[in-house]
Design a protein around this ligand. Structure first.
Ligand SMILES: Cc1cc2nc3c(=O)[nH]c(=O)nc-3n(C[C@H](O)[C@H](O)[C@H](O)COP(=O)(O)O)c2cc1C
Length: 306
């Protein structure tokens, strides 16, 4: 990939309609401190301490009970959760910062012991992730075989993303990031080793990408495309994402479609891609396909970022 001349990370940057005070973006990080799945004073203090970043992307926040697979992660699907986040966003804004909510539906990376009553572990297909997951009541547990979403459940899950994105805006977030990386629900649809569906949401590249694209489109229609970003992690095996032949073609297609929707940024965890010639070519292809802001993450120090 051709290296451009150095950029000054401390200069303001205009991202769509949002003015960032610098180019440094805080990566989303699950902290597992949201007792009762609501934000609290410790969380407000944590983000306020970091408000001098150009943009904070919050820890992964569940859009629905079915998406809440880890212990003590927050949600954005009820009134108490929205009210709790309002205190956080007010505090960050008062400190001069900007903050996007990362909407993370964990899909099969989950355990029923971590979830609100009545929830279930869902995924594109009934294929379990390998490995264990922490639960507060039963310590480490193997990740379960999820139930394959029906086509109707795919549609209702899209509505969960839309509602939680609206809830994020109501809670004062400047925008939302859809978590399409690290082996959670959106990437589970993209990966043919995990998605074995035979309806319109599985099989061809167009079908495997359909869920991600429909979620992005529906959320952008609801809250405005200038308030929606999406995170991806091609070639990253994290959370039992098997390697497959069509990674390049899948993300080539996806980035073109996301460009048509016009979301404000794509956020790529690129350290797996950077390791191969094909991956480096994919980074460049995504850069060419997607004309709005591209954020890169994974082992960036000041020198590399510049
Ligand atoms: C404690 C911890 C929690 C994380 N939680 C999330 C998360 O909720 N959502 C997400 O997209 N990535 C999450 N990540 C990944 C980071 O956003 C980032 O991609 C990773 O740390 C690599 O970047 P770095 O080399 O700058 O640390 C987490 C990473 C760490 C260390």
């Amino acid at each position: 990939m051709e290296l451009q001349s150095k950029v000054n990370m401390f200069e303001p940057y205009r991202m769509g309609s949002i003015e960032l005070s610098n180019r440094i973006i805080m990566a989303p990080m699950t902290r597992s401190r949201a007792i009762g799945n609501v934000a609290n004073d410790m969380i407000a203090e944590y983000y306020t301490q970091r408000a001098s970043a150009g943009l904070i992307i919050s820890e992964g926040i569940a859009p629905s009970p079915n998406g809440l697979g880890y212990a003590r992660i927050p949600g954005l699907f009820n009134e108490a959760q929205v009210a709790s986040w309002k205190k956080v966003t007010d505090a960050v804004h008062n400190a001069g910062g900007k903050i996007f909510a990362q909407i993370m539906h964990t899909g099969r990376v989950s355990h029923i012991a971590n979830m609100p009553a009545g929830a279930k572990v869902v995924a594109p297909s009934a294929v379990a992730a390998t490995g264990d997951i922490w639960t507060d009541t039963e310590a480490m547990q193997p990740m379960p075989v999820p139930s394959a979403m029906t086509t109707e459940e795919v549609a209702s899950t899209i509505l969960e993303y839309v509602q939680s994105a609206q809830n994020a805006i109501d809670a004062g977030f400047d925008g939302i990031e859809l978590h399409g990386a690290n082996g959670y629900l959106l990437e589970q649809f993209l990966n043919p080793g995990v998605n074995q569906r035979t309806d319109n949401y599985g099989g061809s590249i167009e079908n495997r990408a359909r869920f991600v694209i429909e979620v992005a489109k529906a959320v952008a229609d609801k809250i405005g495309k200038e308030k929606v970003g999406l995170r991806i992690s091609p070639y990253n095996p994290y959370n039992s994402m098997p390697a497959y032949d069509e990674v390049f073609a899948t993300y080539d297609y996806l980035s073109k479609e996301l460009n048509k929707i016009g979301i404000v940024y794509l956020h790529m965890i690129d350290y797996a891609a950077r390791a191969t010639e094909e991956g480096l070519a994919l980074i460049q292809t995504i850069r060419n396909n997607f004309t709005n802001t591209l954020i890169l993450n994974g082992g960036y120090n000041k020198e590399r970022a510049e």
